[in-house]
Write a protein that binds this ligand. Structure first.
Ligand code: ADP
Ligand code: ZN
Length: 522
């Protein structure tokens, strides 16, 4: 497909001057017939990536979309552009659905939107067989993930449907989502696609948002100092509990700042009033729990702070992403402390979830901690987490100030060696037992007290070792299986480190001023 044709449709039909970053490569892959899973943040322009190919292909593109309102919106948007589109959903009456079905059978539709529950209705497949199809596009693909909040059982039928409609081979599948941590991404790929799709991640960069992270020292003082640099500007301060939002808001008011608290414990009228005030007025600071933000569409939020550690990298990204929607510079500061980490661990342990769920959550937490402690560019680390490769941003705290790094090549090799000598079958605490020479019953049972690695790291604290493990994880040199038991595996990239060809650096503070997370067992 010549690019000129693509560009022509982009400008004449859709009225856009150029592709957004990532769109063109995606459109090309889709037109080329590849199965694709695209991960792009909200607002990046995912719809165009299946709508444009629909116009360049023979037959109808089926689109599975979970939200009736969104579907209606899309169809009317397409119709305004003069594109033949329709939707089958419970959101419209039987006559409306019949009319769409007959246009489809006549081969008149370029795009047909379907609510997922349609896939389970008798007759849907029969109908879909009556006209040539181009491909199946799946919006909000994370709805197939059983770990997510948006799980839609009907999404599990998509793969079957693609099989049945494909005359012998599976029909081309392209799927889109805005939220996919590495685990969810794997799950989507596995559940939705017959064979591994091409995964494309793009657009997580927010170049106008500068980010910084600091360990908690005196939270109020840190937050006040941060806000003082933004006099007269609107911002959000996230805190983890209702009580903290009230206290912090009161403290800010005392400083003469127009601040309000916002949390789910307030009655809905008061919440509405405060939210509206924030939307309308300039220079208001909302001190809020994560309950605040869903409906917020204020373009000129100039700063976001976390007075407590966010819940996950995804949550962090969403929350700081509420700053600088207008594209002008915005600043964020996120505080984290050992109390937050301990609390999150405990919450996960005590949650109702299955063992598997807890393991996934613990891994998410580990990734968040790795981000907080990384000596690498923050944006590089965030985008790397979402699967995107990136250059250092130049304006995060690490890029600006430089974090003193300590050479931990030796320590890193000790960890890798412990992982390999125990056949990649053990988790952090057991590996640390070996490194510090702590002959637990389990260590002895496996004969690990006789390994050459046993006790080689006794000069470092257990916490320093946890830091090294976390940072190896953060750097992508070790990984842990979703199906495993928290055991660590070595990634191919770590080989050169093990052979002594590359060096490994960590934040120097890992080895110095950190208090242990837990009392050392040794
Ligand atoms: P997503 O589904 O990724 O959240 P949408 O597909 O709804 O995002 O697109 C977000 C907005 O970006 C829409 O208003 C859309 O019209 C606009 N948009 C998409 N692609 C382009 C482009 N190449 N140039 C300009 N605007 C675009
Ligand atoms: Zn940076």
């Amino acid at each position: 497909m010549p690019n000129t044709r693509m560009r022509e449709v982009l400008s004449t039909t859709f009225g856009y001057a150029a592709f957004r970053p990532g769109q063109q490569a995606l459109v090309e892959a889709i037109v080329d017939g590849q199965d694709v899973l695209a991960v792009m943040p909200t607002g990046a322009g995912k719809s165009l990536c299946y709508q444009l190919p629909a116009l360049l292909s023979e037959g109808t593109t089926l689109v599975i979309s979970p939200l009736v309102a969104l579907m209606r919106d899309q169809v009317s948007g397409l119709e305004r552009l003069g594109i033949e589109a329709g939707a089958l959903s419970s959101g419209q009456d039987a006559a409306g659905n019949r009319e769409v079905a007959s246009r489809f059978q006549a081969g008149a539709l370029k795009l047909l939107y379907l609510a997922p529950e349609r896939l389970a209705l008798p007759g849907t497949l029969d109908l879909l067989r009556r006209a040539p199809l181009a491909r199946l596009a799946v919006d909000e693909a994370h709805c197939v993930s059983q770990w997510g909040h948006d799980f839609r059982p009907d999404y599990l039928r998509i793969r079957e449907v693609a099989d049945e409609l494909g005359n012998g081979r599976s029909m081309q599948l392209v799927a889109f989502t805005a939220t996919a941590d590495p685990g969810t991404r794997e799950e989507i790929a596995r559940r939705l696609f017959p064979v591994a799709p091409k995964i494309v991640v793009h657009g997580f960069d927010r170049p106008n948002i500068s980010v910084a992270m600091e360990p908690k020292r005196e939270v109020r003082r840190q937050i006040r100092a941060f806000i003082a640099g933004h006099a007269g500007e609107s911002g959000i301060v996230y805190a983890s509990s209702r009580r903290k939002t009230e206290e912090l808001a009161a403290a800010l008011v005392q400083d003469g700042i127009r601040a309000e608290a916002y949390h789910a414990g307030l009655d809905s009228r008061l919440r509405g009033q405060r939210q509206e005030r924030f939307q309308r007025e300039d220079g208001m600071v909302m001190v809020a729990t994560v309950a605040f933000g869903m409906g917020i569409d204020k373009p000129d939020v100039r700063f976001v702070a976390h007075a407590d550690m966010p819940r996950s990298v995804e949550a962090y990204y969403q929350e700081i992403g509420r700053a600088g929607r207008d594209g002008l510079p915005a600043e964020t500061l996120s505080l984290y402390g050992l109390d937050d980490m301990r609390l999150r661990r405990l919450q996960i342990e005590q949650s109702e979830g299955s063992a598997e769920f807890k393991r996934v959550e613990q891994q998410r937490l580990a990734a968040l901690i790795a981000l907080m402690e990384t000596p690498r560019c923050r944006w590089q680390t965030i985008r790397g987490y979402f699967g995107e490769t990136a250059e250092p941003c130049g304006h995060c705290d690490v890029c600006r100030h430089g974090i003193t790094a300590a050479d931990a090549t030796q320590e890193a090799r000790m960890v890798l060696s412990a992982i390999l000598r125990t056949e990649e079958r053990f988790g952090t605490e057991h590996l640390i037992d070996i490194l510090v020479g702590h002959a637990t019953e389990k260590v002895c049972r496996f004969g690990h007290d006789r390994l050459p690695t046993f006790g080689v790291g006794k000069d470092r604290s257990r916490d320093a070792w946890r830091g090294v493990v976390r940072q190896l994880y953060g750097a992508g040199l070790i990984t842990t299986d979703l199906g495993g038991h928290g055991s660590w595996r070595m990634e191919a990239d770590a080989r050169s480190l093990l052979k002594g060809e590359t060096r490994f650096e960590v934040r120097a503070d890992i080895f110095t001023n950190r208090k242990p997370l837990r009392k050392s067992a040794s």
